[in-house]
Design a binder for this molecule. Structure first.
Ligand code: ADP
Ligand code: ZN
Ligand code: ZN
Length: 725
């Protein structure tokens, strides 16, 4: 019997399948130890066959199976083949996606105790060690006598170097004994709600059918309650469920709701977990103990068996498409798993992506609506304030009069306000008014942001920090201009205006650390009156009953992002942020500040008119030939050497021209140019942008020309990018 093995080496050149002789109990999906170019490396068995295309006499044997039961189950293994095919990825990268690093590297796992045992009989071991390494010989002899022993004990007896050497050589097998870290659940207990008739009807419309449903429900319409009922139905049916949310650590409330509803059987996967905790959660899923998985994008790879439903909450969110290699689109993966398990896939949102909504209009998805807030509460009124008018009236502060009175009223009624500004720090740049000098990062082609609290300038692209400027390094002038305001500045101004009211700030700077978000949100929820200032992380899913005022300070930031999704994204953002107001009482209101008060995005957002926004936007996409009526493909070439990056871009462009020749008429646009951000983390960046009539063939041809290895250069291809920097 032969095993087809993918070796786990991070080297592009060896992304191939190699054949080895299987051991008697080698199984598909197992991690194994194999000889590879004079070394011993780990690999994954992806198939077993009776014959090999290689010279049989030269095929080497697997050294050892690294586990008794494969960690890659058939469905997940098949999924990685699908990923490789569908997203044009390397199979080894796909295996890294489906098996998290905490599982792949579990032998290096610190917090877990390990058991050691001999792989070979004692004679073979002695032969392989030779007679020089006395400690190693004693160790295998000891294991021969005791059958197995704890890693820590063995290290104590024979020294860490010898033990590690034995493991490394594959003579001794190291398996973890699990010490479960009890999943932490500190959240409050959330009681179960009796469904409203609208919710009831939504639950009934979403049957157990093998279909995709779009659950479009306004903010506060009780979508989560609907998901939980459907998940409960699946669990009662002895099935399992995956519920994806944009970033679970942002929404501790969601965790409490799920843990209360499904005690003991929820596994949570999020970025705030330590490797050890992640490993435990994964094991709970793998063993079948956890039946409901709640997590961010990569939770879609959770090794649950017998899936009964998959939910993608806030399906329009950009985080469902990964921005680095290996790049995948969560919706496609979810669709594959749902079809495989013949179960429903539910996409939920108040503001579905244009692409998703089109599919529901075309009948590919079944649309289910929740048009009202729970309890018949009205949607908060959105007032659009023309900031130019404010300036004309002599108000040059960042706060319009309407916004300030909104905050004041909220304070008077002892309630809470949320103010949204999608920029962190104090000022977005520092510039000399005399000579035009602008403080930039050494490693990135971007302005540095002033952070007053740390009295530093920071690069938001690479994190590098710089000393604050008091004088211009060029002309020594102290006449420094501060760029657009960010969250720090807004908080400072508010504290001056309302000295008695607590102001909380939630952005990437204040939410570091394990429970960063949770702490701020807990404090905020206990304090009224109070004000919460934050970036887009406050837009998502929060449900605080006392919030009766929401202010959007500078909505235009996202509107003028100048990519084809910016209208869509702004509409979504405004609706989501506004949706935080008046979720339990009828007194919610919203002020939106803009310099483009007549823009159709705001006009439709003000009336919560998704449908007409959609019609306008889809028309625009059709007439201008943008997705979903075309595919945008971007090839990003980056290198620390500017010349090398240019060279490779040129080379790829020439190859791309051939594709263009071949598909004349289908390729609408193609151009090579420096990326909008020309340098990030010391790497120069160039791009080839192309737009063509959607076609798998053309897409594949572009991916194929990029499948080359260029020294010191990285090439990244993506379609319909979320962000073009
Ligand atoms: P969405 O996800 O659509 O924004 P949620 O599911 O968070 O809405 O529900 C909004 C609020 O209404 C939550 O506080 C939730 O507990 C409450 N809620 C939802 N369904 C009901 C119900 N049937 N009865 C009473 N309250 C409900
Ligand atoms: Zn100057
Ligand atoms: Zn930088």
């Amino acid at each position: 019997m032969f095993a087809r093995v993918i070796v786990d080496i991070s080297n592009d050149a060896v992304d191939r399948i190699f054949d080895y002789r299987a051991l008697s109990d080698t199984k598909i999906g197992m991690r194994v130890l194999v000889p590879f170019g004079g070394r011993k490396v780990m690999g994954y068995v992806v198939a077993l066959t009776n014959q090999t295309d290689f010279d049989e006499t030269k095929v080497k044997s697997i050294i050892a199976n690294l586990e008794n039961e494969p960690k890659l189950r058939p469905e997940i293994l098949e999924l990685s083949f699908y990923l490789a095919r569908h997203f044009f990825l390397r199979l080894s990268d796909c295996i890294k996606l489906v098996l998290p690093s905490c599982v792949r590297n579990f032998s290096q796992h610190e917090q877990t105790e390990f058991i050691l045992s001999n792989v070979y009989d004692i004679e073979t071991s002695i032969n392989m060690i030779g007679n020089r390494a006395k400690n190693q010989l004693s160790a295998v002899a000891y294991l021969n006598e005791h059958a197995e022993e704890k890693f820590s004990k063995m290290v104590e007896l024979f020294g860490r170097t010898s033990i590690n050497a034995l493991v490394e050589k594959g003579l001794v097998l190291k398996t973890p004994i699990r010490k479960m870290r009890a999943p932490e659940f500190t959240g409050e207990n959330v009681k179960r709600n009796v469904l409203t008739p609208l919710q009831e009807s939504a639950v009934n419309q979403i049957s157990g059918e093998d279909k995709t449903f779009l659950l479009q429900g306004v903010t506060g319409s009780g979508k989560t309650e609907v998901y939980m009922n459907i998940i409960e139905r699946a669990v009662n049916d002895n099935k399992t469920a995956i519920m994806l949310v944009p970033e679970i650590s942002l929404t501790p409330q969601m965790m409490s709701r799920f843990n209360s509803r499904f005690p003991g059987i929820v596994a949570v996967l999020h970025s705030g977990l330590s490797e050890g905790e992640r490993f435990d959660e994964w094991e709970r899923i793998f063993s079948g103990e956890a039946k409901v998985v709640l997590g961010a994008r990569s939770a879609i790879f959770a090794p649950l068996e017998n899936l009964g439903v998959i939910v993608i909450d806030e399906e329009h969110d950009g985080s469902y498409i990964s921005e680095t290699n290996p790049r995948f689109v969560t919706h496609d993966v979810a669709n594959w798993r749902a079809r495989k398990n013949k179960c429903p896939l539910i996409l939920g949102s108040a503001t579905p992506s244009i692409e998703t909504f089109k599919k529901s209009m075309d009948g590919e998805y079944t649309l289910v609506e929740l048009p009202e807030r729970v309890g018949g509460l009205s949607m908060p009124n959105i007032e659009i304030v023309d900031m130019l008018g404010e300036v004309m009236d002599g108000n040059t502060t960042p706060f319009s009069r309407a916004l300030l009175s909104g905050v004041e009223n909220s304070i008077k009624s002892k309630k809470q306000s949320i103010l949204f500004i999608n920029r962190r720090g104090f000022a977005s740049f520092m510039m000399c008014r005399e000579c035009g000098y602008r403080a930039k990062c050494d490693d990135c082609e971007v302005s540095l942001v002033y952070h007053k609290e740390d009295n530093e300038l920071k690069c938001h692209f690479c994190g590098k920090r710089y000393r604050m400027l008091t004088n211009c390094p060029g002309c020594k002038s102290s006449n420094i201009k501060y760029g657009a305001l960010g969250t720090e500045r807004v908080c400072e101004d508010l504290r001056n205006l309302f000295p008695d009211v607590p102001v909380f700030r939630m952005d990437n700077d204040t939410t570091k650390g394990k429970n960063g978000h949770k702490k701020i949100l807990e404090e905020f929820s206990k304090t009224s009156p109070s004000i919460l200032v934050g970036t887009q992380m406050i837009a998502k899913g929060h449900d605080y009953p006392l919030v009766n005022f929401v202010g959007i300070l500078d909505a235009d930031v996202s509107l003028y992002n100048s990519d084809y999704k910016s209208n869509e994204r702004t509409f979504q953002l405004v609706t989501q942020v506004a949706g935080r107001a008046g979720r339990k009482t009828d007194d919610g209101s919203v002020v939106l500040q803009t310099y483009a008060p007549k823009h159709y995005v705001y006009r439709f957002a003000k009336n919560y008119d998704y449908l007409n926004f959609y019609h306008k936007e889809i028309n625009l996409r059709q007439t201008t030939g943008f997705p979903p009526y075309s595919t945008i493909l971007r090839i990003l070439v980056s290198s620390v050497s500017d010349n090398r990056a240019k060279e490779v871009t040129k080379k790829l462009y020439d190859l791309a021209l051939e594709i263009k020749q071949k598909h004349r008429g289908e390729i609408i646009f193609m151009q090579a140019m420096p990326s909008p951000v020309k340098r990030i983390q010391t790497k120069y960046r160039y791009q080839i942008l192309t737009r063509f009539v959607p076609s798998d063939t053309i897409t594949k041809e572009f991916y194929d020309i990029c499948d080359i290895i260029e020294k010191d250069v990285s090439i990244f291809v993506e379609t319909n990018p979320n962000n073009l920097r």
